[in-house]
Design a protein around this ligand. Structure first.
Ligand SMILES: [Zn+2]
Length: 47
């Protein structure tokens, strides 16, 4: 399981289709909305 960096929800990385790669790391999200938020400002969420 991976943690959605935007909302904090646990996400099954094998099932979610909301994946985004940033600085050679993969991040998993519960929804497109969370992924889009992360995309618009990744640094805010990886602290
Ligand atoms: Zn989320």
């Amino acid at each position: 399981m991976a943690r959605d960096p935007v909302c904090g929800m646990m996400v099954d990385e094998k099932k979610t289709k909301y994946v985004f790669e940033y600085k050679l790391r993969r991040y998993y999200f519960c929804s497109e909305a969370c992924r889009d938020l992360f995309k618009s400002n990744p640094e805010k969420y990886i602290k």
